[in-house]
Design a protein around this ligand. Sequence first.
Ligand SMILES: Nc1ncnc2c1ncn2[C@@H]1O[C@H](COP(=O)(O)OP(=O)(O)OP(=O)(O)O)[C@@H](O)[C@H]1O
Ligand SMILES: [Mg+2]
Length: 240
Amino acid sequence: MLEVSNLTAGYGDIPVLRDVSLKVAPGEILLIGGENGAGKSTLLRAIAGFNRPSAGSVKLDGVELSGLPPEKIARDGLRLVLDGHRVFPELSVFDNLRMGTAARPGDRAGFGRAIEEIYAVFPILKDKSKAMARDLSGGQQQILALGQAFMARPKVLLCDEPSIGLAQALLPPILAFLRKWAESGTAVVIVEQHLAVTRPYTDRAMIIQRGQVALSCASSELDEKLEALQQARAQAYAAG
Ligand SMILES: Nc1ncnc2c1ncn2[C@@H]1O[C@H](COP(=O)(O)OP(=O)(O)OP(=O)(O)O)[C@@H](O)[C@H]1O
Ligand SMILES: [Mg+2]
């Protein structure tokens, strides 16, 4: 279980996130939405240890991670997949997948199982296993970036805007894969602007506004709550 409590973080003296709390259980997907610049990526980076929080806590299975270096947090089972399909362009698809297991050297059987699983879900990775990652399309690189994270078998996966640079039609199969992955007992957080497409694949939803949690609910209630939130904002704006 990932448990973030009253997290406050920013860049140097610039505050960005204030008092953000969330929980994600194994098997569950949390969707995080919000406008550009709201602080969604900063939240993921702070959880993963790349931005040191100035207050609050990040616990994984009850163990405090906040303040630990990101490589230690990764070893403890938390994996961040950045937007923009960061893969090793000059390595083959297979070698990129291998890099995902670098944290657990020597586990050949585990590696074999994981790679067969990822090939079964995304046969394109098998077909292109010898191709250089740079020769893959944007969508294929996103799948590879996720495949790399999958190989590390994290307890928690944080995924920042998987749709970036993708044709919209490619988002649903990626979300379906994340859903299946979550069901194997992984806690998943997806930051995504395409709320309508993403929501049905998720359990809980949260909207970040100017660095704070503006709304947190079951995904099934998101549309209704978003409408209420927008009405409240319009009223506040009209009232000056
Ligand atoms: N490295 C940085 N140094 C200083 N300020 C930053 C840095 N990265 C982001 N910010 C600022 O922090 C705020 C939140 O940015 P963040 O990238 O977390 O937003 P976001 O919700 O992920 O936006 P987007 O939807 O555009 O990805 C913004 O005001 C941004 O300008
Ligand atoms: Mg972002």
